[in-house]
Design a protein around this ligand. Sequence first.
Ligand SMILES: C[S@@+](CC[C@H](N)C(=O)[O-])C[C@H]1O[C@@H](n2cnc3c(N)ncnc32)[C@H](O)[C@@H]1O
Length: 304
Amino acid sequence: MNNFNRSPLFYMGDKYKLLPEISKNFPRNINRFIEPFTGGGSVYLNTEANEYLLNDIDKEIVSLHKFLITSASDPEAFFKKVLRVTKTYNLSRSFFEDIVPEKLKKEFVKTYYAKFNKSGYLKLRDNFNKTKNDYAKLYVLLIYGFNRILRFNGEGNFNLPVGNVDFNKNTTNALNKYFETVKKKKIKFQTKDFSDFLNQIKFKKNDFVYLDPPYLITFGEYNKFWNEDREEELLNYLDLLKKKKVNWALSNITDYSKRGEKLENKILKRWMKQYHVKKIKSNYISFHNNKQKNIKEVLIKNFH
Ligand SMILES: C[S@@+](CC[C@H](N)C(=O)[O-])C[C@H]1O[C@@H](n2cnc3c(N)ncnc32)[C@H](O)[C@@H]1O
Protein backbone atom coordinates (compact mmCIF):
# COMPACT_ATOMS: atom_id res chain seq x y z
CA MET A 1 0.00 0.00 0.00
CA ASN A 2 1.18 3.55 -0.64
CA ASN A 3 -0.30 7.04 -0.42
CA PHE A 4 -0.89 7.33 -4.13
CA ASN A 5 -4.31 7.14 -5.75
CA ARG A 6 -5.16 3.90 -7.49
CA SER A 7 -7.01 4.44 -10.77
CA PRO A 8 -10.56 2.99 -10.64
CA LEU A 9 -9.87 1.45 -14.05
CA PHE A 10 -7.48 -1.04 -12.38
CA TYR A 11 -5.56 -1.13 -15.64
CA MET A 12 -3.44 -4.15 -16.48
CA GLY A 13 0.22 -3.23 -15.89
CA ASP A 14 -0.65 0.08 -14.28
CA LYS A 15 2.11 2.05 -12.64
CA TYR A 16 0.35 2.42 -9.28
CA LYS A 17 2.76 0.26 -7.28
CA LEU A 18 5.83 1.82 -8.88
CA LEU A 19 4.70 5.42 -8.40
CA PRO A 20 6.78 6.09 -5.26
CA GLU A 21 9.89 5.23 -7.31
CA ILE A 22 8.85 6.92 -10.53
CA SER A 23 7.37 10.21 -9.49
CA LYS A 24 10.29 11.28 -7.30
CA ASN A 25 12.23 11.57 -10.57
CA PHE A 26 9.78 14.02 -12.13
CA PRO A 27 10.51 17.76 -12.36
CA ARG A 28 9.14 19.75 -9.38
CA ASN A 29 7.50 22.41 -11.44
CA ILE A 30 5.41 21.10 -14.34
CA ASN A 31 3.45 23.36 -16.62
CA ARG A 32 1.75 20.79 -18.87
CA PHE A 33 1.97 17.09 -18.02
CA ILE A 34 1.92 15.33 -21.39
CA GLU A 35 1.20 11.61 -21.49
CA PRO A 36 0.94 9.88 -24.91
CA PHE A 37 0.23 6.41 -23.39
CA THR A 38 -2.11 7.19 -20.49
CA GLY A 39 -3.77 3.76 -20.02
CA GLY A 40 -5.60 3.67 -16.69
CA GLY A 41 -4.19 7.07 -15.78
CA SER A 42 -2.51 6.20 -12.48
CA VAL A 43 0.45 8.46 -13.27
CA TYR A 44 -1.38 11.64 -14.24
CA LEU A 45 -3.75 11.20 -11.28
CA ASN A 46 -0.77 11.44 -8.95
CA THR A 47 1.17 14.23 -10.64
CA GLU A 48 0.76 17.96 -9.99
CA ALA A 49 0.74 20.17 -13.07
CA ASN A 50 -1.10 23.23 -14.40
CA GLU A 51 -2.65 21.24 -17.26
CA TYR A 52 -2.80 17.66 -18.53
CA LEU A 53 -2.58 16.68 -22.19
CA LEU A 54 -3.49 13.00 -22.21
CA ASN A 55 -3.73 10.43 -24.95
CA ASP A 56 -4.19 6.72 -25.59
CA ILE A 57 -4.80 4.99 -28.91
CA ASP A 58 -7.45 2.82 -27.23
CA LYS A 59 -10.71 4.70 -27.78
CA GLU A 60 -12.60 2.67 -25.19
CA ILE A 61 -10.24 3.42 -22.32
CA VAL A 62 -10.37 7.10 -23.21
CA SER A 63 -14.19 7.00 -23.37
CA LEU A 64 -14.24 5.46 -19.90
CA HIS A 65 -11.97 8.21 -18.56
CA LYS A 66 -14.20 10.83 -20.16
CA PHE A 67 -17.27 9.16 -18.70
CA LEU A 68 -15.73 9.13 -15.20
CA ILE A 69 -14.55 12.74 -15.53
CA THR A 70 -18.11 13.80 -16.44
CA SER A 71 -19.47 11.71 -13.54
CA ALA A 72 -17.19 13.61 -11.12
CA SER A 73 -19.68 16.49 -11.11
CA ASP A 74 -22.35 14.22 -9.59
CA PRO A 75 -20.87 11.13 -7.89
CA GLU A 76 -24.19 10.38 -6.19
CA ALA A 77 -25.93 10.00 -9.55
CA PHE A 78 -23.06 7.80 -10.72
CA PHE A 79 -23.32 5.42 -7.74
CA LYS A 80 -27.13 5.29 -8.07
CA LYS A 81 -26.77 4.27 -11.69
CA VAL A 82 -24.20 1.58 -10.83
CA LEU A 83 -26.44 0.26 -8.07
CA ARG A 84 -29.37 0.12 -10.50
CA VAL A 85 -27.30 -1.89 -13.00
CA THR A 86 -26.16 -4.35 -10.30
CA LYS A 87 -29.76 -4.80 -9.13
CA THR A 88 -31.15 -5.24 -12.66
CA TYR A 89 -28.57 -7.93 -13.43
CA ASN A 90 -28.48 -9.45 -9.94
CA LEU A 91 -24.75 -8.90 -9.41
CA SER A 92 -23.10 -9.10 -5.99
CA ARG A 93 -22.39 -5.63 -4.63
CA SER A 94 -20.38 -5.69 -1.43
CA PHE A 95 -19.83 -1.92 -1.69
CA PHE A 96 -23.48 -1.60 -0.76
CA GLU A 97 -24.83 -4.88 0.64
CA ASP A 98 -23.96 -8.58 0.80
CA ILE A 99 -26.47 -10.60 -1.23
CA VAL A 100 -24.43 -13.76 -1.90
CA PRO A 101 -26.11 -16.74 -0.11
CA GLU A 102 -24.03 -18.30 2.70
CA LYS A 103 -24.63 -21.74 1.16
CA LEU A 104 -22.88 -20.70 -2.07
CA LYS A 105 -19.99 -19.16 -0.10
CA LYS A 106 -19.46 -22.43 1.77
CA GLU A 107 -19.74 -24.58 -1.34
CA PHE A 108 -17.39 -22.43 -3.48
CA VAL A 109 -15.11 -20.90 -0.86
CA LYS A 110 -12.74 -19.20 -3.32
CA THR A 111 -14.92 -18.71 -6.38
CA TYR A 112 -18.35 -17.76 -5.12
CA TYR A 113 -18.36 -14.30 -6.74
CA ALA A 114 -17.76 -15.82 -10.18
CA LYS A 115 -20.45 -18.47 -9.58
CA PHE A 116 -22.96 -15.93 -8.32
CA ASN A 117 -22.37 -13.26 -10.97
CA LYS A 118 -21.85 -15.33 -14.13
CA SER A 119 -25.38 -15.39 -15.56
CA GLY A 120 -26.17 -11.75 -14.76
CA TYR A 121 -22.78 -10.69 -16.13
CA LEU A 122 -23.43 -12.43 -19.47
CA LYS A 123 -26.86 -10.80 -19.75
CA LEU A 124 -25.37 -7.40 -19.01
CA ARG A 125 -22.64 -8.02 -21.58
CA ASP A 126 -25.22 -8.91 -24.28
CA ASN A 127 -27.20 -5.86 -23.41
CA PHE A 128 -24.17 -3.54 -23.54
CA ASN A 129 -23.10 -4.98 -26.90
CA LYS A 130 -26.48 -4.08 -28.48
CA THR A 131 -25.72 -0.34 -28.39
CA LYS A 132 -22.10 -0.15 -27.12
CA ASN A 133 -22.63 3.34 -25.81
CA ASP A 134 -23.70 2.92 -22.19
CA TYR A 135 -20.44 3.55 -20.35
CA ALA A 136 -21.92 2.93 -16.90
CA LYS A 137 -22.63 -0.61 -18.08
CA LEU A 138 -19.16 -0.96 -19.62
CA TYR A 139 -17.59 0.22 -16.37
CA VAL A 140 -19.58 -2.36 -14.39
CA LEU A 141 -18.53 -5.06 -16.88
CA LEU A 142 -14.90 -4.08 -16.44
CA ILE A 143 -15.11 -4.21 -12.65
CA TYR A 144 -16.71 -7.68 -12.58
CA GLY A 145 -14.67 -9.00 -15.52
CA PHE A 146 -11.79 -11.47 -15.54
CA ASN A 147 -8.55 -9.59 -14.73
CA ARG A 148 -10.42 -6.35 -15.40
CA ILE A 149 -9.22 -6.03 -18.99
CA LEU A 150 -11.04 -3.97 -21.62
CA ARG A 151 -11.22 -6.57 -24.36
CA PHE A 152 -13.26 -6.49 -27.58
CA ASN A 153 -13.52 -9.01 -30.40
CA GLY A 154 -13.12 -8.30 -34.12
CA GLU A 155 -16.76 -7.18 -34.37
CA GLY A 156 -16.23 -4.67 -31.59
CA ASN A 157 -18.17 -6.66 -28.98
CA PHE A 158 -16.93 -6.61 -25.41
CA ASN A 159 -15.99 -10.24 -24.77
CA LEU A 160 -14.35 -10.55 -21.36
CA PRO A 161 -15.68 -13.44 -19.23
CA VAL A 162 -16.82 -12.93 -15.66
CA GLY A 163 -14.09 -12.73 -13.00
CA ASN A 164 -14.08 -13.74 -9.37
CA VAL A 165 -14.33 -10.10 -8.34
CA ASP A 166 -16.92 -7.77 -6.96
CA PHE A 167 -17.78 -4.07 -6.87
CA ASN A 168 -16.42 -3.51 -3.37
CA LYS A 169 -15.23 -0.78 -1.00
CA ASN A 170 -11.85 -0.56 -2.77
CA THR A 171 -13.64 0.19 -6.02
CA THR A 172 -15.76 2.87 -4.35
CA ASN A 173 -12.70 4.42 -2.66
CA ALA A 174 -10.74 4.51 -5.92
CA LEU A 175 -13.72 6.10 -7.69
CA ASN A 176 -14.25 8.74 -5.02
CA LYS A 177 -10.55 9.65 -5.11
CA TYR A 178 -10.65 9.83 -8.91
CA PHE A 179 -13.71 12.12 -8.80
CA GLU A 180 -12.09 14.43 -6.22
CA THR A 181 -8.81 14.55 -8.13
CA VAL A 182 -10.09 15.18 -11.66
CA LYS A 183 -12.40 17.97 -10.47
CA LYS A 184 -9.30 19.98 -9.59
CA LYS A 185 -7.44 19.26 -12.81
CA LYS A 186 -7.54 20.81 -16.28
CA ILE A 187 -7.57 17.74 -18.54
CA LYS A 188 -7.71 17.21 -22.30
CA PHE A 189 -7.91 13.66 -23.69
CA GLN A 190 -7.15 12.49 -27.23
CA THR A 191 -7.15 9.11 -28.98
CA LYS A 192 -4.31 9.41 -31.48
CA ASP A 193 -1.25 7.39 -32.32
CA PHE A 194 1.55 8.70 -30.06
CA SER A 195 3.45 10.33 -32.95
CA ASP A 196 0.42 12.27 -34.25
CA PHE A 197 -0.38 13.28 -30.70
CA LEU A 198 3.12 14.60 -29.98
CA ASN A 199 3.55 16.20 -33.41
CA GLN A 200 0.65 18.60 -32.95
CA ILE A 201 1.95 19.97 -29.63
CA LYS A 202 3.74 23.31 -29.53
CA PHE A 203 5.93 22.76 -26.51
CA LYS A 204 6.24 25.47 -23.87
CA LYS A 205 8.57 26.11 -20.95
CA ASN A 206 8.28 23.53 -18.14
CA ASP A 207 6.23 21.09 -20.19
CA PHE A 208 7.05 17.52 -19.23
CA VAL A 209 6.38 14.34 -21.21
CA TYR A 210 6.00 11.04 -19.38
CA LEU A 211 5.87 7.91 -21.53
CA ASP A 212 4.80 4.41 -20.57
CA PRO A 213 4.52 2.69 -23.98
CA PRO A 214 3.74 -0.96 -24.66
CA TYR A 215 6.86 -2.98 -23.89
CA LEU A 216 8.64 -4.75 -26.71
CA ILE A 217 9.56 -7.82 -24.66
CA THR A 218 6.48 -8.48 -22.54
CA PHE A 219 3.08 -9.72 -23.58
CA GLY A 220 -0.26 -8.10 -23.05
CA GLU A 221 -3.43 -7.03 -24.77
CA TYR A 222 -2.06 -3.58 -25.65
CA ASN A 223 1.37 -4.81 -26.84
CA LYS A 224 -0.16 -6.49 -29.90
CA PHE A 225 0.64 -3.77 -32.42
CA TRP A 226 3.98 -2.74 -30.92
CA ASN A 227 7.09 -3.85 -32.75
CA GLU A 228 10.73 -2.90 -33.31
CA ASP A 229 9.85 -0.24 -35.90
CA ARG A 230 7.47 1.49 -33.52
CA GLU A 231 10.06 1.26 -30.76
CA GLU A 232 12.72 2.91 -32.96
CA GLU A 233 10.23 5.56 -34.03
CA LEU A 234 9.49 6.40 -30.40
CA LEU A 235 13.14 6.54 -29.38
CA ASN A 236 13.99 8.78 -32.36
CA TYR A 237 11.18 11.06 -31.34
CA LEU A 238 12.62 11.32 -27.84
CA ASP A 239 16.01 12.30 -29.31
CA LEU A 240 14.20 15.04 -31.21
CA LEU A 241 12.50 16.28 -28.03
CA LYS A 242 15.89 16.37 -26.35
CA LYS A 243 17.08 18.69 -29.15
CA LYS A 244 14.02 20.86 -28.59
CA LYS A 245 14.96 20.98 -24.88
CA VAL A 246 11.72 19.32 -23.78
CA ASN A 247 12.09 17.24 -20.60
CA TRP A 248 10.82 13.67 -20.70
CA ALA A 249 10.96 10.40 -18.77
CA LEU A 250 10.33 6.96 -20.25
CA SER A 251 9.34 3.82 -18.31
CA ASN A 252 10.39 0.51 -19.74
CA ILE A 253 11.72 -3.00 -19.24
CA THR A 254 15.22 -3.92 -20.41
CA ASP A 255 15.33 -7.62 -19.41
CA TYR A 256 12.71 -10.21 -18.77
CA SER A 257 12.86 -13.92 -18.18
CA LYS A 258 10.07 -16.40 -17.91
CA ARG A 259 10.32 -20.15 -17.48
CA GLY A 260 13.99 -20.18 -18.49
CA GLU A 261 13.46 -17.99 -21.57
CA LYS A 262 15.53 -14.78 -21.40
CA LEU A 263 14.50 -11.71 -23.34
CA GLU A 264 16.26 -8.38 -23.59
CA ASN A 265 15.40 -5.17 -25.38
CA LYS A 266 18.67 -4.56 -27.20
CA ILE A 267 17.40 -1.52 -29.10
CA LEU A 268 16.50 0.21 -25.85
CA LYS A 269 19.66 -0.83 -24.03
CA ARG A 270 21.88 0.58 -26.79
CA TRP A 271 19.93 3.82 -27.03
CA MET A 272 19.54 4.56 -23.31
CA LYS A 273 23.31 4.83 -22.70
CA GLN A 274 23.21 8.51 -23.70
CA TYR A 275 20.60 9.35 -21.03
CA HIS A 276 20.10 9.11 -17.24
CA VAL A 277 18.88 5.66 -16.31
CA LYS A 278 17.23 4.95 -12.94
CA LYS A 279 16.66 1.37 -11.89
CA ILE A 280 13.12 0.87 -10.66
CA LYS A 281 12.44 -1.78 -8.05
CA SER A 282 9.94 -4.00 -9.74
CA ASN A 283 7.06 -5.92 -8.13
CA TYR A 284 7.48 -8.88 -10.40
CA ILE A 285 9.04 -11.63 -8.33
CA SER A 286 10.21 -14.94 -9.68
CA PHE A 287 7.71 -17.72 -9.21
CA HIS A 288 10.34 -20.23 -8.15
CA ASN A 289 12.49 -18.12 -5.91
CA ASN A 290 10.67 -15.20 -4.38
CA LYS A 291 13.88 -13.29 -3.76
CA GLN A 292 15.18 -13.37 -7.28
CA LYS A 293 13.71 -10.79 -9.66
CA ASN A 294 13.24 -11.85 -13.22
CA ILE A 295 12.56 -8.47 -14.68
CA LYS A 296 14.55 -5.23 -14.92
CA GLU A 297 12.51 -2.05 -15.00
CA VAL A 298 13.98 1.36 -15.72
CA LEU A 299 13.08 5.01 -15.91
CA ILE A 300 15.11 6.80 -18.56
CA LYS A 301 15.24 10.62 -18.46
CA ASN A 302 16.89 13.39 -20.45
CA PHE A 303 17.36 15.77 -17.47
CA HIS A 304 18.85 15.76 -13.96
C1 LIG B 1 1.88 0.22 -20.48
S1 LIG B 1 0.29 0.84 -20.91
C2 LIG B 1 0.19 2.34 -19.96
C3 LIG B 1 -0.23 2.09 -18.53
C4 LIG B 1 -0.36 3.34 -17.70
N1 LIG B 1 0.92 3.95 -17.38
C5 LIG B 1 -1.10 3.06 -16.38
O1 LIG B 1 -0.53 3.30 -15.28
O2 LIG B 1 -2.24 2.61 -16.45
C6 LIG B 1 0.52 1.35 -22.56
C7 LIG B 1 -0.67 2.06 -23.20
O3 LIG B 1 -0.29 2.49 -24.51
C8 LIG B 1 -1.42 2.44 -25.37
N2 LIG B 1 -0.91 2.39 -26.77
C9 LIG B 1 -0.48 1.29 -27.47
N3 LIG B 1 -0.04 1.66 -28.69
C10 LIG B 1 -0.18 3.01 -28.76
C11 LIG B 1 0.11 3.98 -29.76
N4 LIG B 1 0.66 3.62 -30.95
N5 LIG B 1 -0.14 5.29 -29.52
C12 LIG B 1 -0.70 5.66 -28.34
N6 LIG B 1 -1.02 4.79 -27.35
C13 LIG B 1 -0.75 3.48 -27.55
C14 LIG B 1 -2.16 1.20 -24.92
O4 LIG B 1 -3.53 1.27 -25.27
C15 LIG B 1 -1.92 1.22 -23.39
O5 LIG B 1 -2.99 1.82 -22.74
